[in-house]
Design a protein around this ligand. Structure first.
Ligand code: GLC
Length: 421
């Protein structure tokens, strides 16, 4: 009998101890291209080790539109299977209803050290839908060794220059015995990535942003048509015929094998191209994409954020994982692997700039990147983008010319707008 209070005390203490160290299992779906899922796994496991929680990392499918379809399936079913989602920064408005307001979980002032524009993008009706993880902007990759060998002083500054340089280097490399060599690789498959590439061509021709911020459909114009016709002429000349089926990783495959003079891609390809086993290690650099006829450059703004599902049974732990992954140290580490931080201070971190100098040099490119018309078209954006990439693809594959495709696209966009944006 005398032991009873002590037994009770021990039981209560055990319970208290257990709840203070309650383990949550947080499931995160992350990755898009390159080594992203692996990197995400390593960093999520660091969080697990630090906090005593468990983490399960689910790999994502590579294509942005396929990924969106899977996410929508999970979320509309109210599934609690996945706690943290890596989302594109074009989706917060579209998926806002399915995600928790992270303001309720993160420490006060947590977002103060992020780019305000990115936080604004991820905030819908005052709710913080996701925390920006990294930004993206289209870049021109070029082979420094080949430019030098062919007597060029620097990378092309206009599309016309790029065409000339690509053709000359391609002819030379083929004559020297590399039959698989191409001048320029990019993303021409019918998917979200083509929307990004085609927007860069059109915007650099001063052909606008498909739909203006006030909702006006602007895409049917001569400059935009000329931009698409320009790209169509690359297919089978300076770019492989198969480019109309290429996504990011297809272009990187050709490029990193040493079989292209130029590549359009996101920053992630920088660190991979310089990895130990890369044939082009230290033989390339990056710069702003070439300008159109009036001297205008364009880089499409992309990027990814982390969101917590409203249906999560571990929202608190899930939000803590988001906090950890978007922290300064983790972002600095990711920056060295080519992922542009969402915290401006990391761009001045000397240890980072030593590994990825372009991040400092090209800061204005990232800061001035052109947005896809997601804000104005909101929930209709996936349909707008699909109509746009389909029209662009028809031009690239020679089924249509720029002017015809864009006048048809204008009618399609009017129909989409008719259903509301
Ligand atoms: C990159 C960009 C994203 C874009 C996608 C297209 O992941 O960050 O914004 O939509 O590529 O493939």
């Amino acid at each position: 009998m005398t032991l009873r209070p002590l037994t009770l005390f021990v039981a209560a203490a055990t319970l208290l101890f257990a709840s203070a160290h309650a383990q949550s299992t947080v499931r995160i779906i992350c990755g898009s291209v390159g080594d992203q899922t692996e990197l995400c796994r390593q960093q999520a496991e660091m969080w697990a080790a630090e906090t005593g929680n468990r983490v399960e990392v689910l790999p994502s499918v590579p294509g942005s539109d396929d990924r969106l379809a899977i996410y929508q399936q999970q979320l509309t079913a109210g599934s609690s299977e996945i706690d943290v989602y890596q989302i594109e920064n074009i989706w917060p408005a579209l998926l806002a209803d399915f995600f928790a307001d992270l303001n309720e979980f993160l420490p006060a002032g947590y977002t103060d050290e992020f780019f305000p524009g990115m936080i604004q993008n991820d905030t819908v009706d005052g709710r913080l839908i996701s925390v920006p993880w990294y930004g993206d902007a289209g870049l021109l990759y070029f082979r420094t060794d080949l430019l030098e060998a062919y007597g060029f002083n620097g990378p092309p500054t206009t599309w016309v220059e790029l065409e000339q340089m690509a053709a000359e280097i391609q002819a030379g490399e083929r004559a020297a015995g590399n039959a698989s060599f191409w001048g320029f690789v990019w993303q021409g498959a019918p998917y979200e990535g083509l929307t990004c590439d085609a927007l860069e061509w059109i915007y650099s021709f001063e052909g606008g942003t498909i739909v203006a911020p006030d909702g006006t459909i602007t895409v049917n114009n001569e400059a935009a048509a000329a931009a698409l016709d320009m790209a169509a002429a690359w297919v089978g000349t300076i770019s492989p015929p198969g480019v109309t089926g290429y996504r990011e990783e297809d272009s990187r495959g050709i490029w990193q094998a040493g079989n292209a003079a130029f590549m359009r891609n996101w920053p992630y390809a920088y660190a991979l191209g310089n990895s130990d086993d890369s044939p082009i290690r230290d033989l390339f650099d990056v710069t702003v994409l070439p300008a159109g006829p009036t001297g205008m450059n364009a880089a499409t703004f992309g990027g990814h954020s982390l969101a917590v599902s409203r249906f999560s049974n571990n929202a608190e732990a899930a939000a803590d994982l988001v906090r950890f992954l978007t922290s300064y140290d983790v972002q600095a580490d990711r920056a060295k692997r080519g992922y542009n931080p969402s915290r401006p201070a990391v761009y001045e971190d000397e240890a980072v700039l030593e590994v990825v100098p372009f991040m400092g040099a090209l800061f204005p490119v990232f800061a001035n990147a052109v947005q896809r018309p997601t804000t104005i078209t909101a929930e209709a954006y996936p349909r707008v983008s699909q109509a746009f990439w389909s029209a662009s693809h028809a031009v690239l594959t020679g089924q249509s010319d720029g002017a015809t495709a864009l006048s048809q696209l204008e009618r399609q966009l009017e129909q989409i707008r008719g259903r509301g944006w």
